[in-house]
Design a protein around this ligand. Structure first.
Ligand SMILES: C[S@@+](CC[C@H](N)C(=O)[O-])C[C@H]1O[C@@H](n2cnc3c(N)ncnc32)[C@H](O)[C@@H]1O
Length: 309
């Protein structure tokens, strides 16, 4: 699967050397608090049950199906990759710049006898994987933490086959508004404020200190972070021969009925089928709506699915 020779292998994790300063900085940032980290009680059954309860991950797994090669870029502690590998014959590659994150994912896979997954440590820009090798490339929450989001996107899709799918998850310029406010209040009132008012933290078991800290650092203290609009991604797709398939939240605002816009179950049932880009105004309103919905309250992440032509 590699284009280049790896430097070494530690604990079954392939290691590639990298020199980029931003990648080093991001690696150092995640070194002591790997993200998203596991809850103390996590095992194969809990990961499977959490993944199956989440409309996005459950439908993603159904969409991937069987006998596929999947690359997750910026996999972090690799919960998603491990979840996607359970119970099928897909080959999953969890790729990240931060070795300690992958190590946690690798230990989890070993302890839970998940064997159809490889762990690779390196920088997204280093063109490590063979061209047109993977059926699906996932890059959720990673491109905006690199030196250049667009260039990182271009690097990510090199290893994607023609007619393969790329899934991009980024912070939204409008949708992250509530996080910006909480960031400011966190500076004034500290961690106690976040434990009360951050909806993701409220759901994490209070004993899972590592998971709590990793969320706080990732959301409120990150040294390299940008946000983007729906139209940014549409432009990147256009420039790289990637066809728009669908988005979350939906690009259509005015022509969708209210129930559909707010129902994650319905949205993700349709997310992997062809949707409409709609108009610029529609897209602006969809993004503004994020501020008042779950996606905006939990960090303002949005997803775009594209197909390489
Ligand atoms: C916010 S975390 C997202 C983790 C996971 N995708 C998720 O959604 O829970 C971002 C991850 O991207 C990784 N990352 C950042 N820059 C990278 C780069 N240049 N190459 C590879 N991975 C990178 C970080 O180490 C980190 O694990």
């Amino acid at each position: 699967m590699f284009k280049k020779k790896f430097l070494k292998k530690i604990d079954d994790i392939y290691i590639f050397d990298y020199k980029d300063k931003v990648a080093q900085e991001v690696k150092n940032f995640y070194k002591d608090d790997p993200f998203p980290n596991y809850e103390t009680s996590d095992n194969k059954a809990t990961i499977l049950s959490k993944g199956d309860k989440n409309y996005y991950t459950k439908n993603l797994k159904n969409f991937i199906g069987h006998n596929k090669k999947v690359l997750e870029i910026g996999a972090g502690t690799s919960q998603l990759s491990n979840y996607l590998a359970i119970g099928n014959n897909n080959s999953i590659v969890a790729f990240d710049v931060n070795f300690p994150s992958l190590k946690l994912g690798n230990i989890f896979a070993k302890n839970n006898k998940i064997s159809n997954i490889d762990f690779v440590c390196g920088d997204i820009f280093d063109d490590i994987f063979k061209d047109e090798f993977f059926d699906i490339v996932l890059c959720n929450g990673v491109l905006h933490h690199t030196k250049n989001t667009f260039e990182a996107f271009k690097s990510s899709i090199k290893s994607l086959k023609k007619n393969g799918y790329v899934l991009v998850g980024l912070y939204n310029k409008y949708g992250r508004f509530r996080t910006y406010i909480r960031k400011y209040l966190y500076k004034l009132f500290g961690k106690k404020y976040l434990l009360l008012f951050d909806p993701v933290l409220r759901k994490i078991n209070k004993d899972s200190t590592k998971k709590i800290n990793s969320w706080i650092r990732d959301q409120y203290m990150h040294p390299v972070e940008r946000s983007h609009t729906f139209d940014d991604v549409l432009n990147w797709f256009d420039q790289n021969n990637v066809e728009f398939v669908n988005s979350y939240p939906n690009c259509e605002f005015f022509s969708n009925d209210q129930n559909y816009i707010l129902d994650d179950n319905l949205i993700f049932k349709n997310f992997f089928q062809q949707g409409k880009k709609s108009t610029h105004l529609d897209r602006i309103f969809s993004q503004l709506l994020m501020i008042f919905t779950k996606s905006g309250s939990e960090g303002g992440l949005y997803l775009f699915l594209g197909k390489k032509k």
